[in-house]
Design a protein around this ligand. Structure first.
Ligand SMILES: [Fe+2]
Length: 305
């Protein structure tokens, strides 16, 4: 069977090798960027070699749903994953999750000052104190989610207000967490797993997670899997791989090795981390986080790229 994987080989390769061994399957994997992989499948049409598409992000799966290229998954697969983290009509299931988060310097910010919503970040208290990474893909997914939740006008107004409030631009997420550790900024818009990379080396780093509720600031970004229409008469190997990725050992691997959230209930996560069940991400069909072009336009209009 053939997998097109938008997830990097470093994140998923070892698990796919194991899956092949344990399931007795010969698996060939083509790696690449998720959006480009989805595009390749659309261009290859019915000649694509892909039986299974693993995506780093849900929007690329949504793009395939819109072209009716994914088969509905069976209930035993879908039911392993919370309804929020799969396609409403069952064409893909989430495999692992990451969250958007506001990280803060615990020496410089009192807990009672922490913003209740991303709109609080434009207050004078945070003038020149918020770090962000407008060129980063996860940040752009956050902006796309905000557009879906609040509309383009409000999102553009927020981007402009953030800029006017002196939001500091970093090239990517890791430098944001570093800058927070140095006290160069008070807050940073980032992804949850970066902090764990730093605290593994420096447990005393004065940086912690803070989650807003029901807005794009607490968005859960999921990787997911879908079976291609061309595999209709030979679905079983692809389904076996998905079931493997949703099995307890694979879900533990995501929690412990890649610092992600398992999406199957009751899988333990490392101590001290907020369980996914305690978060209040915004209600959003994650397949819709797709219009990167529209988001780039807004970021350009705001002069952020
Ligand atoms: Fe990342």
């Amino acid at each position: 069977m053939t997998i097109y994987s938008g997830r990097g080989e470093n994140l998923i390769g070892p698990l796919l090798t194991k899956a092949g061994e344990e399931l007795g399957l010969e698996i060939s994997v083509r790696y690449g960027n998720s959006a480009q992989m989805a595009l390749a499948i659309l261009e290859e049409g019915q000649n694509t070699r892909a039986d299974l598409f693993l995506s780093q992000e849900s929007g690329a799966l949504g793009a395939l749903i819109r072209e009716k290229r994914l088969l509905p998954l069976p209930d035993d697969v879908l039911n392993r994953v919370d309804t929020r983290f799969r396609a409403p009509n069952g064409e893909w299931a989430g495999i692992s999750g990451r969250t958007r988060v506001i990280d803060y310097n615990t020496n410089l910010v009192k807990p009672e000052e922490l913003p209740q919503s991303i709109h609080d970040l434009i207050a004078p208290r945070w003038k020149n104190q918020v770090g962000w990474a407008p060129a980063n893909g996860s940040f752009q997914a956050f902006v796309t989610a905000m557009r879906l939740l609040e509309g383009d006008d409000r999102t553009l107004a927020w981007l402009n207000a953030m800029k006017a409030n002196g939001a500091k631009t970093y090239p990517s997420n890791a430098p944001i967490v570093e800058a927070l550790g140095r006290g160069e900024i008070h807050l940073g818009l980032t992804n949850n797993y970066y902090l764990y990379r730093f605290t593994a080396e420096r447990p005393d780093l004065p940086v912690a997670h803070h989650y807003t509720q029901n807005d794009a600031g607490a968005l859960v970004l999921v990787s997911g899997a879908g079976v291609l229409d061309v595999a209709r008469d030979r679905q079983e190997p692809a389904l076996k791989v998905i079931r493997y990725l949703l099995s307890e050992p694979a879900q533990r691997h995501f929690a412990e090795v890649t610092n992600e959230y398992p999406l199957v209930a009751d899988i333990p996560i490392p101590e001290g981390r907020t369980p996914l069940a305690a978060l209040k991400p915004p209600a959003l069909d994650l397949s819709r986080i797709e219009d990167l072009e529209g988001t780039m336009k807004l970021l350009n209009t705001a002069g952020l790229l």
